[in-house]
Design a binder for this molecule. Structure first.
Ligand code: GUN
Length: 293
């Protein structure tokens, strides 16, 4: 039986659904979903991610713009740009790529974005709605994980889901989505983090393990239960001198070590990764639809 959850295929299917829905929306309203992207500084990884986001917009027929601001940009200047985008009717989604320079506060920037345009789902209003089970723009990676589970027919009801990691981008929102009382969730959730004296004590109990610790291949076969479903959110660079780039990407899970013990697993790359941008596109379209009403 196929054990691999293929994020590329699932992502492609969702992109086709988004394309159809966006085309119908465009035909009936004349509105083209628009996404504004900001990078502050010269982080090469951020440049790659933002480039991929803009390219995906183009493929789906969305409008996008990229604002590249120098490392020395003040917080006031960043906030002024957001104010401008908040007021532009052709921009439905705003994304400020993290990390930001140290002199710019992530939270001040996130708080300035109109929650209706917060396609990252990071604004406290959207975080609060998510916790309360109110429909909202959801953080892209967690929303993508829920889609992977749903489309792989993983039933979560009454299952023990263990989340490794407590970041605002992944750990906290995915934990909150997993226990919600709805047909696609309803799991029993444990959040495990760096203060745990022995993470294996928790991971061994998992029916579904969400690994978002950001540490390369820390999950080994003796740390999991037979038949577990593993979602590996890690994208860690490890040195690989014999490769062209000098590094390879690997997850938080030792894939080869655990493979014969799991019932399903996402690979890295090609698992969660492609879903993040797909859900960003989903959010941008939903934001455009919401703002047209
Ligand atoms: N940096 C790493 N992941 C993300 C993300 O999901 N959104 C933004 N804005 N920045 C990031």
């Amino acid at each position: 039986m196929e054990k691999i959850i293929d994020g590329k295929i699932i992502s492609q299917n969702i992109r086709e659904e988004i394309f159809s829905k966006a085309s119908a929306f465009k035909a009936s309203t004349g509105i083209i979903p628009g996404l504004a992207l900001m990078i502050v500084g010269n982080d090469p990884a951020s440049e790659v991610y933002v480039g991929m986001k803009a390219k995906t917009c183009e493929k789906l027929g969305f409008y996008s713009l990229i604002e590249r601001l120098p490392e020395t940009t003040s917080q006031e200047q960043v906030l002024a740009m957001i104010d401008e985008w908040n007021n532009r009717p052709d921009i439905h989604g705003i994304l400020v790529q993290m990390p930001l320079p140290k002199h710019v506060s992530d939270m001040e920037v996130i708080k300035r974005i109109n929650p209706d345009k917060d396609v990252d789902g990071f604004h406290p209003v959207n975080v609060g709605k998510l916790v309360a089970g109110i429909p909202c723009l959801q953080a892209c990676t967690p929303a993508g994980i829920m889609e992977l589970l749903k489309r792989s027919n993983v039933s979560l009801k009454g299952k023990h889901a263990v989340v490794l990691g407590r970041s605002n981008i992944v750990g906290k929102p995915i934990a909150n989505l997993l226990y919600q009382k709805n047909k696609d969730a309803n799991a029993i959730v444990t959040i495990c983090h760096t203060a745990a004296p022995d993470i294996a004590y928790y991971t061994r109990q998992a029916d579904v393990l969400i690994a978002a610790a950001g540490a390369a291949e820390i999950i080994k076969r003796d740390m999991i239960k037979e038949g577990v479903v593993i979602i590996d959110v890690g994208t860690n660079r490890v040195e690989a001198p014999d490769t062209e780039k000098g590094y390879r990407l690997t997850g938080d899970v030792d894939f080869n070590d655990v493979y014969d013990k799991v019932s399903l697993i996402t690979p890295v790359p090609g698992g969660v990764g492609p879903m993040t941008i797909t859900m960003l596109m989903y959010n941008t379209l939903e934001a455009a639809i919401m703002q047209s009403r």
